[in-house]
Design a binder for this molecule. Sequence first.
Ligand code: BG6
Length: 480
Amino acid sequence: MVSRVIPVEPFDLVIFGGTGDLARRKILPALFRRFSDGQMPEEARIIGAARTEQDAAAWAKWVEKALKEFLPKAELDKALIAAFLERLDYLAIDAMGDGGWKELKGKMRDGVTQAFYFSVGPSLFGALAERLHSFEIASSDARIVVEKPFGRDLASAKALNATLAEHFDETQIYRIDHYLGKETVQNLMAIRFGNVLFEPLWNAQYVDHVQITVAEEVGVGGRGAYYDKSGAMRDMVQNHLMQLLCLTAMEPPNKFEPNAVRDEKLKVIRALDPVAPADIVRGQYKGKHSYLDDVEDPASRTESYIAMKLHIANWRWNGTPFYLRTGKCMKARGSEIVVHFKDTPHSIFEADAGSRANVLSIRLQPDEGIDLRVTIKEPGPGGMRLVDVPLDMSFADALGSDVGHVPDAYERLIMDVIRGNQTLFMRGDEVEAAWAWTDPIIEGWIERAEKPVQYETGSSGPEEALMLLHRDGRRWRDIA
Ligand code: BG6
């Protein structure tokens, strides 16, 4: 394959929370992969910053261990790892105090891109932004990267946006939603706006309904303390599923540019109708492995599953419901966006001839690809009988070795930060709009003291969620 990797500009990337779990699992392995692909120039440097007192060599050892734990053996070339570790530096820093900040200023170089990754709890975002500013560390085009959760409601998101805005311009703030960095999510835009085939049909006249599913096999595991305060609505729907919904439903932006794309996404969020309680199902897993065993509160009412029916109040989508669902401890891991087209307006075939509907599914994970179901004649004698067959394209099969490994979302996103491209990051007003839509739903649950229904660990979710579609004469696609 011809390498299309274009090296980025020299940079200093500071990872606050450099000894944390996200750094270990995602950020550093992603950086190593970009390094291995030749995307990091000679002068690139990665500086870990955290409370732990240790020197650069000790951090490098820890990073090496993380790479070995989270990357496939085949990618672990000894010489490459050694070269990568040479790019690393480390600094003990006190986020809430003064310790380490002058030293950090001393380490930053002039004339290179600066990026500061806030891989820490949101309670520290303000303190970090303030110190980067007051110690005159960040240059005028430095970038800060903030992880989710970005607030837990509209008020806290607004406060966070205001604090960051005191020290950084919106063009410098990169709010990560790692779903936007997923290869197939970007492909959704290529499929919609790079082909003439789908867009003319992409509206209420031809689309019966859309299903967006993010199913996980894992439970809340060791994250019970965080998760129990969030639930599926805050943890997944307000951000990841909302972003998938936006990209599926938005109008074509005039350019694939940050504000053009984000303007269109924002319009979708603002056009969402409030959701009636009857259109939401909240569930909690139980059985051999129960949600209540994973969290401290034995009477927790937090949902680990949610299914909902949404309406987008605009010309394009009037009358086409979007069904969203996500859950932990489901029978399989599978995320997809499925567009169910309407039946042909009139059938020329016998009533019992069979199916006449097209379904387009975009699989985000696992086995990224797209699949279009088309109706054909069943081969053989016996008259005109119709069947649906897949026009299936697994990216791995279609592109073969050219596809290489499917890059992790963080690889793409971190390089976009260095390149200064905000297209796949959330703008402040987008996050606020998403919370403005989410808040009344959560408040309603609290007011009505609603309890989630239960579903069996390893199942497809609660019965009630199946009913949500059945009552509309529809059914969920099976979670593969
Ligand atoms: C995170 C959520 O943002 O996304 C987790 O906090 C969830 O609860 C994860 O498991 C899912 O991400 P992915 O990339 O594994 O689908």
